[in-house]
Design a binder for this molecule. Structure first.
Ligand code: PMP
Length: 394
């Protein structure tokens, strides 16, 4: 076992050496020329990573993904306005709760853990009455379910409702493009597939979303108000110092490094985000092939299984404390999160830097296979490692 445990939870994730070095640098003022340059570059690069048009507004705020969700809820809707939440797990439920606290009239379109609401149910919900906004969790980290975002977007767009995507466990890991899908708010957090330490809440918002904010009768709390944050973002992008609330300067310095690593990716016929998406898909396929000989089944149906993490059923007789047995072997995986399946499932993150490191993926499969054998549920570890290797080479 190596001295430092390998982080294979669905965020925070392992950092690339380049991002690590940038994040570890000395203290930095929020008005330093280096910081202003990094902030401006990050905003430009965010449009490219999110695949958004030139009129989309990137926002970078110190905080976590939950903050970006809260900002979306209270900048888009006034109390009494109607919202629909496509509910695929704990984080969709959190979004619904935030909207309810904002005073919105919220309808949840729910599915069993591991399932997604059928499109026919979405169509019915959209037809049932005018909606101001529809909220979707691209990948719900509690169930490992990825929704069919292009299909959902194509149903929502003609209704005129705003479309908000929680991409915290998806963005920069799952195929996604703000402009092509017509997304109004695409939000994430720094500690997932973007590949930074935790601490930044990142959103890209459309002109329509900013219009919705401008039309609110009840402004959001000051610290969450996009209108307050806009001038400093515009200033930073134009290379001028500005202040509203102190940015997380060390993380902002590392942000363009992480974004550049994504945009500069080259793999086979793919470049940039297409290369990153293809790599995550290949790694997820290879790991799925490795879980099978270990006797591990995915919580979602294969067609709904995310490329950024695996939610796996624990085999019969294996205790919910299983992640501790894996941690003894130097690999940190996560326990179950969704209340309905918490004690019967575990979650393995596979996004960002580790997707470029086959030996770290093999180490993960080996640690899990050995821990299963110790728990009395041995699978065929050699077959799992061979399947992984073949999958990664394909
Ligand atoms: N949405 C999803 C899909 C998530 O996975 C998470 C975090 N696991 C969040 C929202 C909340 O993000 P944070 O923990 O950074 O506040």
């Amino acid at each position: 076992m190596s001295a430092r445990p390998l982080l294979m939870i669905p965020g925070p994730i392992e950092l690339s050496p380049g991002v690590q070095a940038a994040a570890d640098g000395p203290a930095l003022s929020h008005t330093a020329p280096d910081l202003i340059a990094a902030f401006g570059q990050a905003l430009r690069d965010m449009r490219a990573v999110w695949q958004a048009g030139p009129d989309a507004q990137p926002l970078v705020v110190a905080g976590s993904g939950t903050l970006a969700m809260e900002m979306a809820a209270c900048n888009l809707l006034d109390p009494g306005q109607h919202a629909l939440v496509v509910d695929t797990g704990v984080f969709s439920a959190r979004m619904a709760e935030m909207l309810a606290r904002r005073g919105a009239v919220v309808r949840r379109l729910s599915a069993e853990p591991g399932e997604a609401p059928p499109l026919a149910a979405l169509e019915q919900a959209l037809a049932a009455g005018p909606l101001h906004a529809v909220f979707v969790t691209h990948v719900d980290t509690s169930t490992g379910v990825r929704v069919d975002l292009p299909a959902i977007a194509s149903r929502v767009r003609p209704t005129g409702a705003l479309l908000v995507v929680d991409g915290v466990c998806a963005l920069a890991g799952e195929a996604f493009a703000v402009e092509a899908l017509g997304v109004d708010v695409a939000l994430t957090a720094s500690q997932k597939a973007l590949g930074l330490p935790p601490g930044l809440a990142l959103s890209v918002v459309s002109p329509r979303a900013l219009e919705a904010r401008a039309a609110l009768a009840h402004p959001p709390p000051l610290a969450l108000d996009w209108t307050e944050w806009l001038p400093i973002h515009r200033a930073y992008e134009e290379g001028r110092p500005s202040y509203f609330a102190t940015p997380a300067t060390g993380l902002v310095r590392a942000l363009p490094v992480a974004l550049r690593e994504l945009l500069d990716a080259r793999e086979g016929p793919h470049a940039g985000m297409e290369a990153v998406f293809a790599r995550h898909a290949r790694v997820a396929r290879a790991l799925r092939a490795a879980w099978r000989p270990l006797g591990l089944r995915l919580v979602p149906k294969e067609a709904l299984a995310a490329n950024t993490l695996a939610a796996l059923w624990l085999p019969d007789g294996v205790e919910p404390s299983f992640p501790a047995a894996v941690a003894k072997r130097g690999v940190v995986i996560a326990g179950g999160l969704h209340p309905a399946i918490r004690t019967r499932s575990v979650r393995v993150g596979h996004m960002g830097h580790v997707t470029t490191r086959p030996e770290l993926l093999a180490r993960t499969v080996r640690a899990i296979g050995e821990a299963l054998a110790e728990a009395g549920a041995p699978g065929d570890l050699d077959a799992a490692l061979t399947a992984l290797e073949r999958g990664l080479a394909s």
